[in-house]
Design a binder for this molecule. Structure first.
Ligand SMILES: [Zn+2]
Length: 321
């Protein structure tokens, strides 16, 4: 039986989509309920021990930078930030020749500067927060119930990891944040309403909640269904559409004031891989898994999906109404 939708609560006409566990490659089957009204997916068969799917090695790149590397990055990134926010000097050269610091686009969109206090919910290995702390942001906090012990290395006094979920963290921390981020973590959480409400309670006036997330209103889901990489069964408990996110934001007094979608290419490649029964743990270089003809067709397919605005992941910026 399909379940009532977790987001819009619709019960009529919902369907079942079956997806398999393809990260560790066990192939276990899990049912999702697909909402006929808002297009969201909710996991029906929630395993009793979800922690089993987050083993200590889940974060493939346990992040423990050497003190020398950290010191160098701290030196250079601070110059780059100074330049980005209006200074001159060596930072401008570095910014011209180096790969952009990914978080600057988020800050610019949110209208925030180098004094932003940042909370990363579901921070995983904590790599992003290490990077932001090197940039000199005054407070970088990560909340994640599964954060591995190895990731909790001290990165300076502006960096802190809380091994708990956002609701527990919100209950203990009255301190507000200017940027509360979910990077591919929101879909892992049991209760989207509780999580968004807790995140909203942690927002400073004018602050932004940034959610990057897989999207079910996408070519890759429409085409690959249970083999779509965005299902990531059973880790992804609730997968939304742009419409569903709008409903959820509205319910919590928030508005989506900016959004963007990422290119479709990875979504098409990984979904095709699953279609061929290749789990993540058995992935090989792309040229070994697909013929040149397949790759050419996949490229066309991804480009067409992008042109229609149907890529399978995106960024959403929310603030209080
Ligand atoms: Zn719905």
């Amino acid at each position: 039986m399909p379940a009532p939708c977790a987001i819009c609560h619709n019960e009529r006409g919902n369907d079942i989509v079956v997806s398999r566990e393809m990260k560790m490659g066990t192939g276990e089957r899990f049912r999702y309920s697909l909402c006929a009204a808002c297009g969201s997916l909710d996991l029906v068969d929630v395993p009793e021990d979800l922690g089993r799917y987050y083993p200590e090695g889940y974060y493939a790149y346990a992040f423990s930078p050497s003190p020398a590397k950290a010191a160098l990055r701290r030196f250079f990134d601070r110059m780059r930030l100074k330049n980005h926010f209006g200074g001159f000097g060596l930072g401008s050269v570095l910014n011209r020749v180096s790969k952009p610091l990914e978080y600057l686009e988020w800050l610019d969109t949110a209208g925030l500067g180098p004094d932003a206090r940042v909370l990363d919910i579901g921070c995983g290995s904590g790599e992003l927060l290490h990077h932001m702390s090197w940039g000199g942001f005054p407070r970088c906090v990560g909340a994640d119930p599964f954060v591995p012990q190895s990731a909790r290395t001290a990165g300076g006094k502006n960096l802190l990891f809380a091994p708990m979920d956002v609701a527990a963290y919100a209950a203990t921390s009255p301190e507000p944040f200017d940027l509360v981020m979910f990077h591919h973590s929101f879909e892992h959480m049991e209760d989207p309403d509780q999580v968004l409400s807790a995140a909203s309670s942690l927002l400073a006036p004018g602050g932004t909640i940034l959610i990057s997330i897989p999207l079910a209103d996408s070519h890759a889901f429409y085409t690959y269904r249970g083999n779509w990489r965005g299902m990531d069964a059973p880790g992804h408990l609730h997968i939304q559409t742009q419409k569903a996110l709008g409903i959820l934001a509205d319910r919590h007094g928030l508005t989506i004031y900016a959004s963007s979608r990422v290119p479709s290419w990875r979504g098409v490649v990984i979904s095709r891989m699953y279609e061929k029964n290749i789990p993540d743990c058995k992935a090989r270089p792309i040229e070994e898994m697909f013929s040149p003809e397949e790759l050419a067709l996949m490229k066309q397919e991804a480009e067409a999906a992008d042109a229609r605005g149907e890529s399978d992941a995106g960024y959403f910026y929310l603030r209080r109404k």
